[in-house]
Each structure stands twice: as C-alpha cells, then as structure tokens.
Design a protein around this ligand. Structure first.
Ligand code: SF4
Length: 359
C-alpha cells in the first residue's frame, strides 16, 4: 500500500492524489443552496434562514456576507420577513410558525428527509413505536423526532436498542439519512433480534449520496498513505466518511474545512474526498496545495445524476418574476420554462456574488 522508499524519503512530497467520485454537493444540497440563492436575489435584505442552510461553514459564511441571517429560533424572525427552512428538515411546529410569521416561506428540506417524515406519520397512524437511528442534537434527527415524539425512541448503538423498554409487537426502524452503513447495520441487526416482526422500509433511509460517497472512499482508501476529508465538523455524512477511512485502517485521516487547514507534512499517495455539503472550489484549492508530482487520478465509484427541483412555491415565485433572466442568472430572455437543472449551485453563488458584491 504505502510507498515507503528511499526515493519518497528523499522527496517528501505528495506523489499522487486519488480523487473520489462522486464527492461534494449532493442533489439535496444543490437544491437548497440554489433555492437560498434565488431568495437572496429576489428579496431585499435580510432573508432569514432557519438553521444553517447546509452544514458547511464556508457556504454559511458566504450567505451571511450576502445579508442572510441564520437563526436557531423561528420566533426571532421579524413578522413579514422572507424565511427559508434548511435542507435538514424542520419540526412541524417550526414549519407552521414560519408560515404564520414569514412574509414568504420556502422549505428547502431535502425530499429524502421528507420521505422519512412521511414514514414516521404513516407508522404513527398505524400504531407503531419507532426505533430511530440518529445522532443526538443533529438538526435532521431533531426535526424527524418532532414529527411524532411520543412514539420515537432515538438510538445510536446496538446496546441502546437492547436497553429500550418493552415497545410491544408493532415496532418499526427508521434512520437519519446520513449515517454510515456500519452504524445502521449494527443497530438494525440488534433491533431485528429483539423484534422478529420489525418493520423497516423497503430501502433503508440512508440516502444515495451518503452511500455513494462512502463507496467511493472505500474504493481508494486501501491505496492511500493518507486521506483528506473536506467538510465541516457538524456535517454528519462528512463525519461518517472520516469514521469509515479510520475504520478501513488508514493511518492518517485529515478532516479539514478549508485548504488552509491542510497538514503540511502529507506525503505519498493521498486520497481526497468531500462531504455532501462541501464546495468543489475547496477540493480544487486542496489539490493545488497538495501539488502532487504524478497528478490526480480520479477513482469513479458510480455516476450520480439525481436532481431535485426547487421547492414548488419558489418555482412559482420565479415564474411570477419572469424567470431567471429577470433575477439576473441568465442573459437569455425570460421564458415559461424554468431550467434550474442546467445551473449548478456553485455557479449560482458566483453569479450572485457578481450581482450583489460580497460585503
Ligand atoms: S445528503 Fe442525502 S439526505 Fe442529505 S441533503 Fe444530500 S441527498 Fe438529501
């Protein structure tokens, strides 16, 4: 695995970068960032956002510089202000309160989180208790638990499943979308041991983006002297990547938010990946800083072409203000067709920086 040769010791530089594909922005994050971008362009400052739009410090700082105010309490949003709810999903009472208070409310929840909320409602109606595998304090977990708090029992480990009280025979298991497969597998096994008729969704709640990024990392980690994982510390799917690389035996795992945090002593073969909310421009900066002697080798795990359109009421708003051209993202004449798919989130943010210079 490791190239530990005289040659390497003589030239302590990075020999090659193995670049995970896919990495970085997932369809849900793309949708949420673009949605907030459209909001910033369409409304006067300040636009309010309940919770970080996605769990990435750089993305949040960029929006803050554009006048977005992030709040953790929906009650602090002034009456009549435009409000966006984050991609992680919000508690039903938060959604309701935002709709009552906000002048214009857009819920940028990822459709895959909405699916879990829906599963909770259906199981609750059918009289089930739910074992929910999720991280304490994570916004997605809190939003999901709030859908039916009286019947949800949050766990993270198999021993916590065994310690749960008697829940009767009707028990279902659901999960936070961004867990690692290992976290999920151990808990589901313990729950199936305890409740032989355990109900679980046909496909696990772990989302494609989480699964694909983990698969791509596993494809390259065994060849690496070190792995760099880009993403913020409050990003659950990024944490899962770090954990996976460590569990796979990688001797050096560097978890960084920006290129300036890169350790200066990396050598040999370095794997690079990024969590689902980490911008590609940071990946580019990391590769420039690593400056690999033999270049970059992409390691493709799978293609990812999922696309989530903007929330419906935001689409309606954009139509109403005559499409993208009128809000400044395109030089083309307004048309009836909102072609959001062809614009990626990084480009939308950059376009916004140009139209409304960052303060
Ligand atoms: S990581 Fe998965 S669940 Fe989370 S926003 Fe992305 S696609 Fe949606």
């Amino acid at each position: 695995m490791s190239r530990d040769t005289e040659e390497q010791r003589a030239d302590p530089r990075v020999e090659r970068v193995l670049l995970a594909e896919p990495r970085g922005f997932c369809a849900g994050v793309e949708m949420a960032i673009k949605a907030l971008t459209w909001m910033v362009r369409a409304f006067d400052e300040p636009v309010y956002c309940y919770h970080e739009i996605v769990h990435n410090k750089l993305v949040v700082e960029r929006f803050e510089a554009l006048g977005v105010v992030f709040v953790d309490d929906i009650a602090t949003v002034p009456e009549g202000a435009p409000v966006m709810l984050s991609a992680h999903g919000s508690a039903p009472e938060v959604v309701q309160r935002a709709q009552e208070v906000g002048g214009y409310t857009v819920d940028a929840v990822c459709p895959l989180v909405t699916k879990v909320h829906h599963e909770v409602k259906v199981r609750a109606r059918k009289g089930f208790h739910i074992v929910y595998v999720g991280h304490a304090g994570h916004e997605e977990a809190e939003g999901t638990i709030a859908v039916a708090p009286e019947i949800i029992h949050r766990v993270e480990r198999p021993d916590e499943v065994r310690a749960l009280p008697d829940l009767g025979d009707n028990v279902a298991i659901l999960a936070q979308t961004t867990l690692s497969h290992r976290d999920w597998a151990g808990v589901v096994e313990a729950a199936a041991d305890r409740w032989p008729d355990l109900w679980s969704p046909g496909r696990s709640d772990l989302c494609f983006a989480t699964t694909n990024r983990q698969g791509a990392l596993l494809d390259l980690v065994h060849r690496c002297d070190a792995v760099v994982v880009i993403g913020s510390t409050n990003s659950s799917n990024t944490r899962a990547l770090v954990q996976l690389a460590t569990e796979a035996g990688c001797q050096r795992v560097a978890w960084i938010n920006r290129a300036e945090e890169l350790p200066s002593d990396l050598t040999g073969i370095v794997g690079v990946t990024a969590g689902a909310s980490a911008p590609e421009e940071v990946v580019d900066a990391v590769i420039r800083a690593l400056d690999p002697i033999a270049g970059v080798e992409p390691v493709r795990h799978t293609d990812e072409d999922e696309y989530f359109p903007p929330p419906r009421n935001l689409r309606d708003l954009l139509y109403a203000i005559r499409g993208f051209a009128a809000v400044g993202f395109s030089g083309q004449a307004p048309s009836g067709h909102l072609d959001d798919r062809t614009i990626d989130a990084s480009d939308a943010l950059t376009a916004l920086d140009r139209l409304r210079p960052v303060k």
